[in-house]
Ligand binder design. Structure first.
Ligand SMILES: Cc1ncc(COP(=O)(O)O)c(C=O)c1O
Length: 429
């Protein structure tokens, strides 16, 4: 038996190192392991409205027919069930407000993945060599920042305002890179078009069009793709829907559209999908083949049935009603407990799962801050520190913001959590 102390180290790769210490794991643990903490932090969805009965029925329907049951329990193909992909074309057509023929794509351009997170990851694997460049909004979805770091990408943040990423700034940054001879390193512009995680902001119609113009303009030697992450697209509670960037790209050449059933139906099923430019479907499927040669086939059958039968559409309507109440509860609690704390402001989102709150600059919110410690230990309430949602060196990131999720808690507890959080903030104000 060898002595553990003299054991040589395990030779982990650079890829491991780039992708290590993800905040998401810490946050998920906090939410799951500390049931007494009122969590405005965890990005879990509303438990009450999860489709338990509907899924039970769908499973029974699949298994009642031995032929379908066996097919669903068998391996599927790498890009995913043709039945679900066909149903998704219809669904996408409804979202885009056109017929499925007018979508101008075939089911082959649809890739089913393990949550949309796998699609985001596959896109990075397929496009990026270490040092290649991605543009992201500041702030943006922090898990994706980790995904980019995990492939050694160089991430350039672009300022956001109430209309989302400031595309004029993006254009200027691209001009600067062109001047420096680095345009060939630019691979991707990542945009969470609807209800950005964490800010709740939608990219305005004008900026969507502008983003497309800028991507085309600078695609001189090679295509600069837009990754449109529309994870929250179906969770709109007020205001009119804005056409997707993907829909504006008539030739379907510049935009990868990522969507998911996690927020609108169930994250436990882990079904997401991407609609990709023709030349990208093969490389993504090749890479996915290396990882799993297909996501959970049974769940794909289940979602195909949910879409075909109308169960999905009815459920989304129910989920929207539940979240409208929760969003309103959080905003009402913000008005009640925070409006008399000087220098505090927040975004009022039309959808999604998050309210983005800014404190006075002198009150840091990060994991190590006195506020975070006091909120989690003394007040038993948790939020996501805003600095996680920015790329770049820690010292240069804004540190006075927080993401408040109304996904997990019921309305009464949202109010209680906000009361506790305001008490914690007042201590440092
Ligand atoms: C903006 C955004 N994109 C993608 C995802 C990934 O979700 P999933 O893998 O469950 O589809 C999330 C999850 O929170 C998200 O907030």
């Amino acid at each position: 038996m060898s002595d553990a102390k003299s054991m040589p180290p395990i030779p982990l790769s650079d890829r491991w190192c780039w992708g290590s210490r993800q905040a998401i794991s810490f946050l998920m643990e906090q939410g799951v392991d500390n049931p007494d903490i009122l969590t405005l932090g965890a990005g879990l969805v509303d438990s009450e409205s999860l489709p338990v009965e509907e899924v039970g029925q769908l499973i029974a329907d699949i298994c009642r027919d031995p032929v379908e049951g066996r097919a669903a329990l068998q391996y599927g193909s790498t890009p995913g069930s043709p039945r679900l992909r066909t149903a998704l074309l219809q669904h996408l057509a409804v979202l885009e407000g056109c017929s499925s023929a007018e979508l101008g794509i075939s089911a082959e351009q649809l890739l089913l993945t393990t949550g949309s997170q796998q699609l985001l990851s596959l896109v990075c694997e397929v496009l990026f060599n270490p040092g290649d460049i991605a543009f992201v909004a500041a702030p943006t979805y922090f898990v994706f920042l980790g995904t980019l770091a995990g492939v050694g990408a160089r991430t350039i943040p672009i300022r956001s305002d109430e209309q989302g990423m400031v595309i004029d700034d993006l254009d200027r940054e691209l001009a600067r890179l062109a001047e420096a001879g680095e345009l060939h390193r630019v691979k991707l512009i990542y945009l969470v078009s609807d209800f950005e995680n964490p800010s709740g902001i939608c990219l305005s119609a004008e900026r969507r069009q502008q983003a497309l113009v800028v991507a085309r303009k600078w695609s001189c030697q090679q295509r600069i793709l837009i990754l449109e992450d529309a994870a929250y697209r179906e969770l709109r509670y007020s205001g009119a829907a804005i056409p997707s960037i993907w829909g504006l790209d008539r030739d379907r050449e510049y935009v990868i559209l990522a969507q998911t059933f996690s927020k609108s139906f169930s994250p436990g099923l882990r079904v997401g999908y991407g609609v990709v430019p023709a030349g990208l479907a093969g490389p993504l499927a090749d890479r996915k083949g290396n990882e799993d040669f297909g996501s959970a086939h049974f769940n794909q059958h289940l979602l195909a049935r949910a879409l075909e039968s109308g169960v999905y559409t009815r459920h989304v309507a129910k989920v929207r009603r539940a979240y409208t109440i929760k969003r309103d509860a959080l905003l009402a609690a913000a008005d009640r407990y925070f409006s008399n704390i000087p220098g505090v402001s927040w975004v009022r989102p039309d959808g999604g799962l998050y309210v983005w709150m800014s404190l006075p600059r002198e009150i840091p919110t990060s994991f190590e801050s006195p506020l975070f410690k006091h909120a989690t230990r003394a007040e038993q309430v948790m939020y996501v520190p805003g600095d996680l949602c920015y790329s770049g060196p820690l010292a240069e990131r804004p540190r006075h913001q927080m993401r408040l999720s109304f996904g997990v808690l019921e309305p009464r507890l949202i109010d209680e959590a906000m009361k506790r959080l305001a008490k914690a903030v007042r201590r440092f104000a």
